[in-house]
Design a protein around this ligand. Sequence first.
Ligand SMILES: O=C(O)CCC(=O)C(=O)O
Ligand SMILES: [Fe+2]
Length: 287
Amino acid sequence: MSAYFEIEQTADSVRSGLGVRVHGPALSGDLPPRALEELRGICLEFPVTVVPGQELDAAALHGLARKFGRLEAHTAQRYHHPEFRELSYVANVGRDGSADQFGSTIRASGWHSDGSFLDEPFSQAMLYALEVPQKGGATFFANMYLAYENLPDDLKKRADGASAVHALGSGPDGAAAPSAKQAQEHPELYPHTVKPVVRVHPETGRKVLFVNAMHTSHVLGMGRSESDIFLRDLVDFGTQPEFVYKHEWNVGDLVIWDERSTLHRAGGGVAAGQRRVLLRALFKDAA
Ligand SMILES: O=C(O)CCC(=O)C(=O)O
Ligand SMILES: [Fe+2]
């Protein structure tokens, strides 16, 4: 029984299964354990959950995220928050106010799931909007439950039981990954892991398509060109507009997403001189 939070469906969230809006107690305060459990449950049922109108400083975001899961710092250290290193900035400006070319142009523009190449990939993530541009800078999310469930039979047959190699920046859109260049020059220093193309979500038990355009290199047992086409077909199918939710940021939005059952990408299109500053927390399974 829902006690603390109210779920608002929108036309987009009904279509894509993503982007429900949640209203309830302020997340900056001390949430009763039952409220936290309820919010966690909502985030499992709805892989992208938007909690608008929050007033969180870094300490409050860190405190909330810590209760939500096991926090892990992002691999790219230069984006770490100076005090809370498990929080990282997703920003198009450096700390000194200078333009961050990397952050404003190519970062995360390909479809991906954060850390899919890690031995233990992230389970969920939070992004909180501190400053948003007037135009552009949306984040797109795609529902990988719907992707799997609707796969045409021929693709589904080949996907079921297949395994793929994941490594940082090794996919066709891998150049958009932070540290992609170093990873391509020194692949031996970056983990290569093998993951099933179709995974069972450990908490919901539902099947998901688990490949992405930034960090999935190739499918085992296929020739390179067959694998390239197959992966491209899977990602294209899974990210078709029907399964996609576009989040246009407002200051104070907290978006919580499931890394296991969605892909996301930065939409870009922010005009020069417009600031976009978000704070992010990444975590592994529940605390
Ligand atoms: O900038 C964005 O919209 C998305 C960034 C991203 O990929 C992430 O925070 O993991
Ligand atoms: Fe990301």
